[in-house]
Write a protein that binds this ligand. Structure first.
Ligand code: SF4
Length: 444
């Protein structure tokens, strides 16, 4: 979601005549996109602002604009920061170019945020944001031939640890015709893979059209070959989404569905509205309908009141769920959330770190088994570009760089190939697998 926002903003500034420079030292304007989901992300923003302070000492005219979730959450406190000229919430990003142009003319600080973020916007209130998205989305980004399209804004779930409903507002689905029009435009400019984005895409609903309906419609668009979506919420899951994966070859058989904990007691404290068994039942149903589906999960360790016994239930859930991979995070309190106000962050950091390492090790074993099943098989990948890290298998093929790509099931694949394959599809025969990566050779 943040990558999409950064791309939209960068494109809107390019259209307004601004050029991108490599370093803040050379810039007249620095735009800082922010995330509030974890404390660490906000700490990094504060440290970046500290760094900009040094640049601004000698260049007082430098304009610094902070936008996104942290801008919405911290509003005036952020505006008071000595280097910040502009604070702009995630729903106000279409205004950024004007705000910056004003700041270049005057020195006055400016703020544009939602004053009542939980106030449900009317469809007409979102026209500006929809148009902004239409006009500035692009397949030209760091991942060639890939584009992201937001299908909905906000969230109404109020998981007790999560700040999203307070910074991105209520859940509002975008009109399907706008989404389709946007994707057609992206396909015309070279997008082959579209990732549909929402905090809970499976609850997409617009005038009776569901997310499954949207998948059938997007699938009709010429030029788009793979459709992925993130992320799903494990409640009231519409099984027609799984049926769409079977019916529509373009819909990738990949499901990212965060569990967050394997303990029913903790799930209740997290306000997640399902039990571990109900969650596993969704995964079973997914595999009954789509046997080769790849499933990824999310977990938080060290949530308020999590005992060793609760934690072991998360490890057990990972083993039972047989995820291809999981994203595992240490709990950090987010100001303004229910957990922050009503629960005690009582698991010491040392224990959080230990549990994080332990759960990653459990997942690594499961991932290794999953990845090993690909050895000897040929997989289709969308090539992202030259791999930043060099991997051992490249030594006997010095003429070709190592490329990195992803399968429809989101497995990372490293293989030797010509750099101009980036943005195209390639068939790769898998010869070796680790927990995180598949290695192979381009198939003849
Ligand atoms: S579903 Fe829960 S965790 Fe996800 S964005 Fe909404 S409130 Fe946050």
């Amino acid at each position: 979601m943040n990558k999409l926002d950064s791309n939209l903003v960068a494109n809107s500034f390019a259209q307004a005549g601004f050029d991108l420079v490599d370093s803040p030292i050379d810039a007249d304007v620095v735009l800082v996109n922010t995330c509030s989901v974890r404390g660490h992300a906000e700490e990094r923003v504060m440290s970046l602002l500290g760094h900009l302070k040094h640049i601004k000492k000698t260049r007082k005219e430098l304009v610094v604009a902070v936008f996104g979730c942290m801008a919405q959450r911290c509003k005036d406190a952020l505006l008071k920061h000595e280097v910040v000229n502009i604070v702009c919430g995630p729903l106000q990003i279409p205004e950024l170019v004007n705000l910056v142009n004003n700041a270049l003319d005057h020195t006055k600080k400016q703020k544009s945020v939602s004053e009542n973020i939980r106030h449900k916007p009317l469809p007409q209130d979102l026209v500006g944001l929809d148009d902004f998205e239409q006009n500035n989305d692009s397949a030209e980004n760091s991942l060639p031939a890939q584009a992201f399209v937001r299908v909905m804004h906000g969230c109404d779930n109020f998981c007790s640890y999560c700040v999203v409903p307070y910074v991105r507002g209520p859940e509002v689905s975008r009109p399907p015709e706008k989404i389709i029009e946007q994707i057609k435009k992206l396909a015309d400019t070279g997008a082959k893979q579209i990732t549909l984005l929402g905090q809970t895409v499976n609850s997409y609903s617009y005038n009776g059209a569901s997310f499954a309906d949207l998948l059938y419609d997007v699938s009709k668009i010429d030029g788009i070959e793979w459709i992925k979506f993130v992320t799903c919420y494990p409640k009231n899951f519409d099984e027609r989404i799984f049926q769409a994966m079977v019916d529509l070859p373009k819909v990738c058989r990949y499901l990212h569905i965060p569990a967050q904990s394997g303990s029913d007691r903790i799930l209740k404290a997290m306000n997640r509205h399902y039990t571990a068994d109900e969650y596993l039942a969704i995964l079973d149903r997914a595999r009954q309908i789509v046997p080769d589906i790849a499933i990824a999960g999310d977990f938080i360790v060290g949530f308020c009141g999590e005992t060793d016994e609760d934690f072991q239930k998360s490890a057990e859930l990972i083993r039972k769920a047989q995820y291809k991979n999981s994203f595992i995070f240490k709990y950090s309190t987010r100001p303004g959330t229910r957990a922050d106000e009503k629960l005690i962050d009582d698991v010491p950091m040392e224990i959080k770190k230990q549990r994080n390492i332990e759960l990653l090790a459990v997942q690594e074993k499961v991932s290794e088994e999953w990845n090993k099943s690909f050895i000897g098989k040929t997989v289709k990948v969308l090539v992202e570009g030259v791999s930043k890290k060099s991997h051992l298998d490249g030594v006997d093929n010095e003429k070709l760089p190592q490329l990195i790509g992803r399968t429809a099931g989101d497995c990372i694949v490293v293989f030797d190939g010509a750099a101009d394959l980036a943005g195209g599809f390639a068939d790769v025969k898998i010869t070796r697998a680790s927990a995180l990566t598949l290695f192979g050779q381009a198939a003849d």
